[in-house]
Every structure is written in C-alpha cells, then in structure tokens.
Design a protein. Structure first.
Length: 405
C-alpha cells in the first residue's frame, strides 16, 4: 500500500506562488544580487538563476508538512544560488524555510536549527575577518545572521508564544471541566440536602396524620375521633407550611421569596410538646450553651427524625432526649422502646432514609454517629420501658474553637 503524502497547506501554496512570481518578476527586469564578474559566481547568466528559484519555491510547499526536508533541500538550493548571479526572492524564501523549520518542526530539530544557525553566524563573522583583516569582512557575518539566525530566533519566539497559548487554552479547558464537575457535585449535594429536609420536616407530620387517622377509623368513639381529627388538622397545616417553604426554596431565585430561618435548639421544647401531642411520652434533658448554627441544625434534625421514628415504630414507653455539651463537642442521645416483636425479629424504630440522613448530617460535621439496640448494645432496658430492649441514637457533633457564642 503506497504511502499518501499530506497535502500542502493553502497558505504554503500562496507563499510558494508569491515567491515564485516575485522571483520571476525580478528575473524579468534583470535584477540580481551579484554581477556576472563577481569571483564567487561560477555559473553566470540569467537562466541559471531560475533553477534555485524554482526549487526553493517548491520547498515552500513543504514548510508545514515536511519542514526539515524543505530546509535541507532549501540549503542546497541556496548554495546553488550563491554560485549564480542570485535572486533576492530565493534568499527571502530561504529565510522563511528556516523560520518554518523552527516553528513547525519537532522541538529537538528546532533547537538544532537555532544552534547551527547561531554557530554559522559566529563563524561567518570571525573567520572572514581573521582571513582578510578588513572591517568589511564583518558584513558576511551580518548577512549570515540575517539570512539564518534571525529567522530561526523569530520562529523560536513565536513557537514559545504558541506553546504558552496552547498550554493556557488547555488549562482553561481543564478549569472549565473541573468547574462543571464541581457544579454537578454541588447540584447533587443540594438535591440530597433538600431530600433530607423534606424527609425530616414533613415525615413527622405525615406519620402523625397516618397514626391518628387510623385511630379515628378504628375507634367508634366521637370524642376520640374528634381529638384525632384535631391532631390530623394541626399536622396537615404544619406539613403544608413546610412544603410551601420548600417549594419556595426550590423556585428560581427571583427575589420574591424571603429567606427562612434554619431551626435551632431553641425550638426543641416546641418539638417535644408537638411529639407529646401526637401521643409520645417524651422527656427532655439539655445542658448546653448557644452553639454554632450547623451544630444546632444537625442536633435539631437528629432529635426530630428520632422522634418521628419513635412515633412510627417504637413500642409504648418513655422516649428520652438528652443533649450534653462537652468541651469541644455536643453529645446527642435519643432512647426509645425497641418496638414490637414480630416473626422476623424485633422491629427497630429507625431505618432507611431517616438513618442515612442523620449519618450524612453528622458526617458533614466530621462527627460520630451510632444507632442500635440498648445504651451499650445490650438487651437491658430502663424500668419505664416494657418489652426488654431499647433503641438508642447517639451522635457526637464537634464544636470548632472560636465558633461558640
């Protein structure tokens, strides 16, 4: 299978045509770089000028696709042009070949071309002056520098700028990609947070509604049904208010919705009274000062979810809520009856999304969380707890120094 050579770039074709036509114009008017009587001219006459001109123009077609090959052939063409009367177009096209070899060639080849052209410039300056001992001999080094070293140095500068721009573009793309990843992670985290908020705030009210509606349907007692319907109405109104607040948060931020305050531990008493109204026997023991807002919010949600789980799953008995502040942490403990015994074992008052949400809240604060039977993982229960076992939720929330009020 024959190898397919790459097609010349359109700009290279234009440069080659412009150089060739310019050289032909100079040739037509009889303008050369040296007279026929110059000692260096070994091939006098007008027609020999055209051969190096045509070869150099052909090398221009390779300036992007085969820059090293174009430069090597261009060196041979420039050497041939030197022993003729010469054409300025050939010299100008050769400088472009040097520039292209440094700019488009491999890095090693570009450094080699720049180094060789620099050495030739130095030699072209020192050797003629040392041989002829006349100031005019220095002009040979100047010409060599203009023809070889200057285009190479220019190509090296442009190459460095191009590489820097490419690196900056890649960094910008990487930054944009990382920003997109961060945005996706932030959206996912926000969705998870909103799901926890929805579960924590609404599940309590819906659980109370379900329990009291079942009681109202199962008991044929007008007073009991009336009391149950009152509890149902109260929880439904509060649940709708919470849903309305969440919907307002989820809407686009047009400035029409007012920010809602996050719950704090000051609302624990109201939360416990609400749980008592739903039929739980709850005691609250708290010993703490004003805490950072994230700690208060996490503690409030843990107590709220634990009371909801106790309302749905626990056996009759006392539920104890304890909050104790230590030097650098807040200990939260909620103990409730374990739940009725079924054929597949005791039923735990807390599982699924509720426990996952509590664990995630504690993990965000880099605290510790445990949930399991008994204060120490045993089957021993307090005297006020029938059934023999308790379910205890334990959380330790770190308090960063300098954040306490």
């Amino acid at each position: 299978m024959a190898l397919r050579h790459p097609r010349p770039h359109r700009d290279d074709v234009r440069i080659a045509l412009a150089g060739l036509l310019g050289g032909l114009l100079l040739w037509a008017v009889g303008l050369g770089t040296r007279p026929a009587a110059d000692p260096i001219v070994l091939w006098p006459g007008r027609w020999p000028i055209l051969l190096p001109l045509a070869v150099t123009a052909g090398c221009e077609l390779l300036r992007r696709t085969r820059p090293r090959t174009g430069l090597l052939v261009g060196v041979a063409a420039l050497t041939a042009d030197t022993i003729t009367q010469g054409s300025l177009a050939t010299v100008v096209m050769f400088t472009d070949l040097v520039y292209a070899a440094v700019l488009y060639g491999p890095p090693a080849a570009a450094r080699r071309v720049l180094w060789i052209s620099g050495v030739l410039t130095v030699l072209g300056t020192v050797v003629p002056f040392a041989v002829w001992r006349v100031p005019e001999a220095l002009l040979i080094g100047v010409v060599v520098g203009i023809v070889a070293f200057t285009p190479g140095a220019t190509g090296w500068v442009v190459r460095n700028h191009r590489d820097a721009a490419e690196a900056a573009r890649l960094r910008a793309e990487q930054t944009a990609l990382l920003a997109e990843i961060d945005r996706v992670q932030a959206v996912t985290a926000e969705r998870a947070r909103m799901a926890r908020e929805l579960h924590d705030m609404v599940a309590n009210h819906l659980s109370a509604i379900a329990i009291h509606s079942t009681a109202a349907l199962s008991l044929d007692d007008p007073d009991t049904s009336k009391q149950a319907l009152g509890v149902i109405r109260e929880n439904s109104v509060e649940g709708l208010a919470e849903m309305r607040r969440l919907i307002g948060i989820l809407r686009d931020s047009s400035g029409d919705t007012e920010p809602a305050a996050a719950p704090t531990l000051d609302g624990l008493a109201s939360l416990v009274e609400h749980a008592r109204g739903n039929g739980l026997d709850v005691t609250l023991d708290r010993a703490h000062t004003v805490l950072p807002a994230p700690v208060e919010l996490a503690a409030y949600r843990i107590v709220q979810e634990s009371l909801t789980n106790a309302l749905k799953h626990a056996s009759p008995g006392r539920v104890t809520v304890s909050l104790v502040q230590r030097e650098h942490a807040l200990d939260v403990r909620v103990t409730s009856p374990f739940g009725e015994v079924r054929h597949d074992g005791p039923r735990a008052p807390g599982s699924g999304a509720g426990l996952i949400g509590m664990r995630e809240r504690v993990a965000l604060l880099q605290g510790t969380f445990e949930a399991g039977p008994g204060p120490e993982g045993t089957a021993t229960a307090p005297r006020n707890t029938p059934g023999g076992r308790t379910w205890t939720v334990r959380a330790t929330l770190p308090i960063t120094e300098g954040e306490t009020a």
